[in-house]
Design a protein around this ligand. Sequence first.
Ligand code: 3Y8
Ligand code: NAP
Length: 248
Amino acid sequence: MIRALILGGTADASLLAAEIARAGIDAVYSYGGRTRTPADQPLPTRIGGFGGVSGLADYFRREGITHVIDATHPFATEMSRNAVEACAETGVPLMALERSAWVKAPGDNWIEIPDVNAAVAALPKSPAKVFLAIGRQHIAPFASRPEHAYTLRFVDPPEKPLPFTADVIVSRGPFTLEGELEMMRTRSIAWIVARNSGGDGARAKIDAARMLSLPVIMIARPRLPERLRVESVAEVLQWLCHRARLGA
Ligand code: 3Y8
Ligand code: NAP
């Protein structure tokens, strides 16, 4: 009998949860507890960390988890690494649902860099209006460049003072091209800092930047350990059904 754990928190994970619920497969959906009101899921849902690799392995045993699907965001590296280790330790099969990175298209003006610190260094020398579309957790390094006028976008309103003066847009996405164009025009945004998340939920800002001929400082994805991975919900379901036929 299959009992799957979905490590979620993305649009793809929500699509997967809907298909798994429709197929009547026994599964649990897991959020990390990063946002105040995460989207409801059509599956039993747990919220919060497991307590590292050992906590995750204990969870598999306690809950009788037979398969794990890591559908977390490409930048949720700690969760993904823990899943690889806990699955190796317990022998529970792991499949990652990971969308492909965005690829620079004709007309894109990207400055591709490896991490947030390199993004700070890539900012222009003269003061500019910069849209930091990288959430809440990793903005502190930009305090070293106070000469710029920043617009931030968070899922929830900030709970504590920001490390630097900035305008904050509170919105959870997914975002539309029209909405991104409107926001960038009314705020006279001249630079965008983004992570190469891939997928459609955050792609609109990249398309808007191209249309407005704005430079994008694009943070590359961190490396993840080797693991089985697919890019579509259908392939995850095929994997689960194949495993069920094997009596896994
Ligand atoms: C808690 C679940 C859906 C899912 C929506 C996707 C699309 C919009 C793009 C911008 C970039 C950013 C951020 C972003 C995107 C989707 C998807 C995606 C980027 C929710 C969600 C959770 C989170 C966590 C949150 C992070 C933050 C990152 C905002 C739910 C809405 C910037 C990533 O305040 C915080 O602590 C927020 C933390 C991790 C990155 C950061 O470091 O701040 N996502 N985002 C999940 C959990 O608790 O397990 O609340 O319902 C999910 C989504 N975020 O229903 O359609 O699928 O990628 N999320 C980035 O790409 O850089 C926004 O603003 O343009
Ligand atoms: P992270 O840094 O990789 O993980 C830090 C710790 O948070 C993990 O070790 C784990 O705690 C807990 N955790 C993370 N995701 C979890 C999940 N789905 N279920 C249970 N515990 C989880 O994670 P993150 O980058 O902060 O992302 C947190 C969540 O937001 C994930 O669900 C991710 O899919 C979603 N998200 C992240 C981004 C992003 O830019 N990082 C973008 C969109 C959505 P323990 O070690 O205690 O188990």
